[in-house]
Design a protein around this ligand. Structure first.
Ligand code: NAX
Length: 325
C-alpha cells in the first residue's frame, strides 16, 4: 500500500474547504491511486463545525482517505506534511483599511511560517489561498527559511480558469481548445490576464478578437470576477476557488499538458524584470513535480505597463508588512 500524502489545510471549516476537501479525499488532487491524510487546522471557536466536516468526510467512506486529524494547534497540523494549503485568513471587516488587513493576516502567516519552518518537510509544496494571497505567501516564505522557497506559491489558478472561460465564451469554443493563457502579477484587481500568446485550436487568439475587447472588456471582467460573484452570491467564490486549488496542485504534481502551461504565483527570480523574491503570477510549465517560469515571451508595451503596476502594488504590500519579513 502506498504511503498517504499528508496535507495540512488551514481554514478547514470554511466555505472553500467545504467543497475542496471532498475533491481531495476522492482523489481529485493527487490522483485516483494515491491515499491522502488530511491534517485540518481551524481556530478554536470553529472546531465544532470542523468536527461536522470530519463526520461528513467519514460518511463518504472514501477509499483513498486514510486519516483525518482535526486540530486548533498549528504544530499538530503542520508536522510531517508533504503539502500545505493555507486557506484560512482573516476577512476584511467593515471600515477596515487594506493596510490593517495586511497586518492582521501578516501576523497569522508569520506565526504559521515559523511553525512550518520547525516541523514540516523542507520540500513541502505550499499553496496560499487566503487573501491577500501573494503577500501572505511572501510573509510565510520569509518566516520559513528551512523550506525550499520555490515551493511557496499562491493561487492565481482561479483567475486563469476564469480567463479561459471568458475567452471560450467570446470565441465560442471549448476551454479544451485553448492553450497558453497567462495571468501575470498579483491576485487582485491589478492582475494582468493576457491572451497575447493564447492559441484557440492552434490559431492565435489575438487574431480572433478585437484588441479593444482584450484590453477593455476581457481584462477587467476577469480581474473583477471575484467582486461580481460576491455581488450575486453575498459571499466570495468558494466552489470555483476550491476547484482551482485542486487544479493548481494537480498540475504541479502531475505536470502541465505537453506544449501548454498554466499560471501560478511563485517567488520571482527576476524574470520579466519583476523584483526578485516577490510572489508574482507567471506562466509556468510543470514537470516531474517541479515548475519552471516560461522564458522569452514577447510582452507588448500595454501588457508590460500593467505588469509593472501589479508589481508596484506588491512592492507596496511588501513595504506595509516589512517588519514581519
Ligand atoms: P471562510 O470565512 O468561509 O473560511 C475561512 C476559515 O478560516 C474560517 O473557518 C476561519 O475560522 C478560518 N481561519 C481564520 N483564521 C485562521 C487561522 N489563523 N488558522 C486557521 N484557520 C483560520 O472563507 P472562504 O470563503 O473559505 O475563503 C478563505 C480565504 O480565501 C479568504 O481569505 C478569501 O478572501 C480567499 N480567497 C482567495 C481566492 C484566490 O483565488 N486566491 C479566491 C477565493 C477567496 O476569495
Amino acid at each position: 500500500m502506498t504511503d498517504p500524502v499528508r496535507i495540512a489545510i488551514t481554514g478547514a471549516a470554511g466555505q472553500i474547504c467545504y467543497s475542496m476537501l471532498f475533491r481531495i479525499a476522492s482523489g481529485g488532487m493527487f490522483g485516483p491511486k494515491q491515499p491522502v491524510a488530511l491534517q485540518l487546522l481551524e481556530i478554536t471557536p470553529a472546531m465544532g463545525v470542523l468536527e461536522a466536516v470530519k463526520m461528513e468526510l467519514d460518511d463518504c467512506a472514501f477509499p483513498l482517505l486514510s486519516e483525518v486529524i482535526c486540530t486548533d494547534d498549528p504544530k499538530t497540523a503542520l508536522t510531517n506534511i508533504d503539502a500545505a494549503l493555507f486557506v484560512g485568513a482573516k476577512p476584511r471587516g467593515p471600515g477596515m483599511e487594506r493596510s490593517d488587513l495586511l497586518k492582521d493576516n501578516g501576523k497569522i502567516f508569520s506565526s504559521l511560517g515559523k511553525i512550518m519552518n520547525e516541523v514540516a518537510n523542507p520540500d513541502v509544496k505550499v499553496c496560499v489561498v487566503g487573501n491577500p494571497a501573494n503577500t501572505n505567501a511572501y510573509i510565510l516564505k520569509a518566516n520559513a527559511p528551512n523550506i525550499n522557497p520555490r515551493n511557496i506559491t499562491a493561487l492565481t489558478r482561479l483567475d486563469h480558469n476564469r480567463a479561459m472561460s471568458q475567452l471560450a465564451g467570446k470565441v465560442d469554443c471549448s476551454v479544451t481548445d485553448i492553450e497558453k493563457m497567462i495571468i501575470w502579477g498579483n491576485h487582485s484587481t491589478t492582475q494582468v490576464p493576457d491572451i497575447s500568446h493564447c492559441l484557440v485550436s492552434g490559431k492565435a487568439a489575438p487574431s480572433l478578437v478585437d484588441e479593444s475587447w482584450a484590453q477593455e472588456d476581457f481584462i477587467p471582467t476577469v480581474a473583477k470576477r471575484g467582486a461580481a460573484v460576491i455581488a450575486a452570491r453575498g459571499s466570495s467564490s468558494a466552489a470555483s476557488a476550491g476547484n482551482a486549488v485542486v487544479d493548481h496542485m494537480a498540475s504541479w504534481v502531475n505536470g502541465t499538458a505537453e506544449g501548454d502551461w498554466t499560471s501560478m504565483s511563485v517567488p520571482s527570480d527576476g524574470s520579466y524584470g519583476i523584483q526578485e523574491g516577490l510572489i508574482y503570477s507567471y506562466p509556468v510549465v510543470c514537470k516531474n513535480g517541479d515548475y519552471e517560469i516560461v522564458q522569452g515571451l514577447e510582452v507588448s508595451d500595454f501588457i508590460a505597463g500593467k505588469m509593472k503596476e501589479s508589481e508596484k502594488e506588491l512592492l507596496e504590500e511588501a513595504e506595509a508588512v516589512k517588519e514581519m519579513t
